[in-house]
Design a protein around this ligand. Structure first.
Ligand code: NOJ
Length: 459
């Protein structure tokens, strides 16, 4: 870790803001989805979330206390453009101005994600990410955000985890908009990649010195077999989750193996000239890492795919990790594989020479520990999780991986999408009834880790 390393925390609009009906905010696909019975655990919605909308001062104070120098947040598209893609809602602009100004006043650099899954419902009604029109709507939205906030925001992330947008949203249907259609999912995978390239160019046209990247969710895929069928599945799953968006912006080409697999599903949305449009220079790659994955022979004990089990169309790649392979798991049942973070950034460095800078834009774990009799939250498992991932990263950086920042997910416990409020990822505990915030032990550990690393670098 060099001087100037970015130490941060991350969060996203729908997961924390609440105030769903304030400031003339329009409905997003997550409002519709979460209010549809049976879609989200316990019927939880983001209507109130952790009420960050009304608590900017208090929440930024926590960041100051923690000692971070960057905060990654997302802009809610339906706050800025609640009714249509033309008329800007001033109250939405005021809210983000207040947040950005408060951060800047405290020397915390704002890092803005443009799209973290809360698509305006009116855009979904026109086909959402399955329709090419979304690319041009996103381009306009990216340009507008840069004009509004680009004097203070210099780091932009176009899209967060487009794999989830495409495959959880349009194929498995377990995220908004809840569609289960292979053609829509492949179309969304193409349109998110295109939107990223259009968005990057739109930002740079307004602010040539802005730093722009995309955030992808990546994993290392372990395997216990090298039979040809498993090998092919490995390549497909790897291409589907790890390579698609990176290959697109670095080379304008999708992985051959998937082009073949998707066949007509892709060719019917891929227009002539798209190769040129997909390719774009970026300043960094954002990587969200939670755990390693597994591709092997189908076993009788395999459960159906879970949130972190990507698989390509028409394949039954088995993504569950064998019970015996990992000792511990989080309360989300995700395996804990800290060495994977280091391995992953080394792989990126090896495979894509175009990528000169990596930001770990999310890393963290769901552990549901609550307050003890003294009101303290001793989340030792999260302390171990974050600490071991940071050490793995440090080792990879020493070996040459170009990593320039790390953002813990998340500062606060918040709304975990289809899991509602049942999974706590925060280093700050939130009482979901009173909305009181209490830093956990992991907050103190991260605070100390940042301070000690800074000290060592200065000495
Ligand atoms: C990825 C997403 O970007 C974030 O919104 C989510 O809460 C975390 N991972 C944990 O699942």
């Amino acid at each position: 870790m060099k001087q100037g390393f970015l130490w941060g925390v991350a969060a996203a609009s729908y997961q924390i803001e609440g105030a769903a009906h304030e400031g003339n905010r329009g409905p997003s696909i997550w409002d519709t989805f979460s209010h549809t019975p049976g879609k989200v655990l316990n019927g939880d919605t983001g209507d109130v979330a952790i009420d960050h909308y009304h608590r900017i001062e208090e929440d930024v104070k926590l960041m100051v206390e923690l000692g971070v120098n960057v905060y990654r947040f997302s802009i809610a598209w339906p706050r800025l453009f609640p009714q249509n893609s033309q008329s800007i809602e001033q109250q939405g602009v005021d809210f983000y101005n207040k947040l950005i100004d408060t951060l800047v006043a405290h020397n915390i650099e704002p890092v803005a994600t443009l799209y973290h899954w809360d698509l305006p419902q009116y855009l979904e009604d026109k086909g959402g990410w399955a329709s090419r029109d979304i690319v041009y709507a996103f381009e306009h939205y990216a340009k507008t955000c840069t004009e509004l906030f680009g004097d203070r925001v210099n780091k932009w992330i176009t899209l967060n985890e487009p794999w989830c947008t495409s495959f959880l949203g349009y194929y498995l249907g377990i995220h908004a908009p809840g569609i289960k259609n292979a053609a829509s999912a492949v179309a969304a995978a193409h349109h998110t990649a295109l939107a990223h390239a259009y968005g990057t160019r739109a930002i740079k046209a307004v602010a040539p010195n802005a730093q722009v990247g995309i955030t992808v969710n990546m994993t290392n895929l372990r395997t216990d077999s090298d039979d040809p069928e498993t090998k092919l599945n490995w390549q497909l799953v790897d291409a589907n989750q790890n390579r698609w968006w990176i290959d697109a912006f670095t080379s304008g080409k999708y992985p051959e193996v998937l082009v073949k697999e998707y066949g007509v599903l892709l060719s019917q949305v891929f227009q002539e000239g798209d190769e040129k449009l997909l390719k774009v220079d970026n300043d960094f790659l954002g990587v969200n890492y939670y755990c390693d994955g597994f591709v092997g022979k189908a076993r009788i004990t395999d459960r159906p795919m879970n949130v972190h089990s990507p698989y390509p169309i028409n394949r039954t790649a088995n993504m569950d990790l064998p019970e015996t392979e990992f000792v511990s798991r989080t309360d989300f049942n995700w395996p804990i594989t800290p060495e994977g973070l280091g391995n992953l950034v080394l792989r990126i460095n090896r495979d894509w020479s175009e990528i000169k800078s990596i930001l770990i834009t999310e890393n963290g774990a769901a552990f549901n520990d609550g307050p003890n009799e003294h009101g303290e939250i001793e989340d030792h498992r999260r302390v171990d999780y974050i600490h071991s991932h940071l050490e793995s990263l440090r080792h990879a950086i020493d070996l040459g991986a170009p990593v320039d920042g790390y953002f813990a997910w998340s500062l606060w416990d918040n709304y975990e999408w289809a899991e509602g409020y049942s999974k706590r990822f925060g280093i700050v505990y939130v009482d979901f009834d009173t909305l009181k915030r209490t830093p956990k032990l992991s907050f103190k550990m991260y605070q100390k880790y940042i301070a000690q690393t800074r000290l060592a670098l200065n000495s």
